[in-house]
Design a protein around this ligand. Structure first.
Ligand code: FEO
Ligand code: CA
Ligand code: CA
Ligand code: CA
Length: 598
């Protein structure tokens, strides 16, 4: 997208104070509307949402549950309209179904949950009079992808024995995508979606490789294995190897088969953010959201073709099948000290150092080679965490979303928290993860060598160490702490065109609700973090997407509070008392219609 020649001058809005409102709270002078809610019909023939009469068939034509990543793609020729693509990470059965019996879900409830997972593509249009953004049901580009939609596996592991099942002897076709957390929009007009906590859907495993991925030895909470044996590892051992990938969707072709790219590795992908090398090859950053896990970079071998011809689009859909996957190793440049209650800094005054990208697997037109001793290329693609272990990658505090600045090329890595850092035999604080029992997380700023996306070396420093600014163990890029908003558990990150970083949070450990924050990353306002909005009770702030005049957020799992249910709701957002709580996408804009990021 075009980068405007304006500098980051800091953000002008008056910060929203931390609060516990069961509402989306925005700054004075801003307006908001709900763009689309769980259950709203988007496909032709889908019925209106009726929480008391849900069916799997209805849900398959309606917007799914727990919206997370959001993309907005242009729709040339349709004035005032864009194509919204949303992830539906997971289902909260107890908040969806009245009288839900967790020990004995019904087949219909399970099939509704399958249909409520996945992705939605839905055209949205702007009301030029009010500024509101609303969905356009029944548009021919609207689409639902669910836990039963056919996907094509690509890359080195496709067709390997590790991916063959009794239902798919080719190892190339898998049904569905699960737990799509964050994602990315590619410069070639497709969307990427990270399959994150896929372990929770698979039961009865006893393998060490599955244990490394958190797959349990007993029944799952949702009990899907009772209704489809592919979710039972004891009966269908390889199905679990077919989840945990970066998924690619071509939203402009509603009949296309979406893909799972094995060359980008298998782990709990939070997101996948794309930039291009100067000669037009894709570079993808992707984090593995687990305590003490790694973050990765893929460098493509083929150049993107410009234009929207069929041949160009088909070529570009293969860009993530050739290239090299790397994992990050970071080294501090000072004796490691913990950032603690004294506010002490390392000897050179900064938490910083250098790093290298360690190659794991390379694929080209002739095949794939592993760079990891004792593992084949297929094994590196399927058991990527084990490959990272072998090469000595750096254990991080839950790598979440990663985003390069369109202005400076610096790359920002959200590390959400790690309560186990330094506990027992776990790795202690180091310069890149400088806090033991890290409750509030931090954001790392990474500069590729010579600012080239495909460099194999980088420098890094901490941009934010989150928490209450009155806590000495926090850091806001050196900005005076009396003038910043408290923040906890950074999760998703996005840039506006002016170079401001927007950070959304999940799991605020300061006792108030999650929200969205904006911060300049360059200039004299660098580090001036301001809270832009807060979300309702129990919700996480997802998606964030900042266009010139509008911010979109996905309000995920509102009302998700221990002990809450349809009968005993903790939230009645967005429709008020007496109405079922519904995850939904919200648009926010300035009442005067001017730009937000300046
Ligand atoms: Fe689904 Fe890592 O957040
Ligand atoms: Ca240092
Ligand atoms: Ca997330
Ligand atoms: Ca999260």
């Amino acid at each position: 997208r075009p980068v405007k020649p304006k500098g980051a001058r800091g953000l002008r809005f008056t910060p929203v104070a931390p609060n516990k409102n069961d509402a989306v709270t925005v700054p004075d002078g801003y307006r908001q509307n709900v763009v689309i809610r769980w259950g709203e019909p988007i496909l032709r023939g889908a019925p209106a949402f009726d929480p008391e009469r849900q069916t799997a068939k209805a849900q398959a034509g309606q917007f799914g549950y727990n919206n997370d990543f959001l993309a907005l793609l242009p729709l040339p020729g349709e004035r005032g309209r864009q194509l919204l693509v949303a992830n539906h990470e997971y289902t909260d059965e107890v908040l969806m179904f009245r009288g839900y019996d967790a020990a004995n879900p019904t087949r219909e409830q399970v099939e509704i949950a399958w249909a409520a997972h996945g992705l939605s593509a839905v055209v949205v249009e702007e009301d030029r009079r009010t500024g509101a953004l609303t969905a356009v049901p029944r548009h021919h580009l609207n689409r639902r992808v669910t836990a039963t939609t056919a996907f094509r596996l690509t890359g080195p592991a496709a067709g390997s024995d590790l991916l063959k099942t009794s239902a798919d002897r080719t190892g190339r076709t898998v049904l569905g995508t699960l737990n799509n957390c964050s994602g990315g929009t590619t410069p070639w007009g497709t969307t990427l979606h990270g399959e994150e906590n896929f372990n929770q859907y698979f039961a009865n495993s006893s393998r060490a490789t599955d244990k490394r991925y958190g797959i349990g030895t007993g029944a799952t909470e949702r009990k899907w294995e009772r209704f489809d044996k592919r979710f039972d590892v004891a009966r269908e051992p390889n199905e679990v190897h077919r989840f945990g990938y970066v998924v690619e969707l071509d939203p402009y072709d509603p009949d296309s088969t979406p893909r799972k790219h094995t060359l980008l590795g298998r782990f709990k992908h939070e997101a996948a953010t794309v930039r291009l090398t100067p000669d037009g090859r894709p570079v993808v950053y992707t984090g593995d959201d687990e305590r003490f896990d790694y973050f990765y970079k893929f460098v493509g071998g083929k150049r993107m073709k410009k234009g929207s011809s069929r041949a160009a689009r088909e070529h570009n859909l293969s860009l993530l099948d050739e290239g090299t996957l790397y994992v990050a190793k970071l080294t501090g440049d000072s004796p490691a000290i913990e950032i603690d209650g004294t506010g002490k800094l390392p000897a050179d005054g900064e938490f910083d150092g250098s790093g290298v990208w360690i190659p794991l697997v390379t694929a080209d037109a002739d095949g794939a080679v592993s760079h990891v001793d004792g593992m084949s290329a297929e094994e590196v693609c399927v058991f990527t965490r084990l490959a990272g272990d072998k090469v000595g990658a750096t254990k991080m505090d839950r790598p979440e979303d990663i985003e390069p600045s369109p202005k400076t090329g610096k790359v920002y890595v959200a590390l959400t928290n790690n309560s186990n850092r330094g506990a027992g035999s776990n790795a202690p604080a180091d310069e890149a993860n400088p806090r033991n029992a890290n409750k509030h997380g931090h954001v790392l700023e990474l500069t590729e060598h010579r600012n080239r996306a495909d460099s194999l070396e980088f420098g890094w420093s901490l941009f934010l160490v989150a928490g209450d600014p009155e806590d000495p163990a926090t850091y806001f890029a050196g900005f005076p702490k009396e003038n910043v908003s408290p923040i906890s558990c950074p999760d998703n990150v996005a840039f506006d065109d002016h170079g401001n970083l927007w950070i959304s949070t999940d799991g605020n450990a300061l006792g108030t609700h999650d929200g969205l924050f904006g911060v300049a990353t360059a200039g004299e306002r660098r580090g001036e973090l301001k809270q832009f909005l807060t979300v309702p009770t129990g919700a996480e702030t997802c998606g964030p997407l900042v266009q010139d005049r509008r911010v979109l957020v996905a309000v995920q799992h509102p009302g998700e509070v221990d002990g809450a249910s349809v009968e005993k709701p903790a939230s009645t957002w967005p429709d008020g008392p007496g109405k079922i709580v519904r995850p939904a996408v919200v648009a926010v804009w300035r009442a005067d219609g001017s730009d937000i990021g300046v």
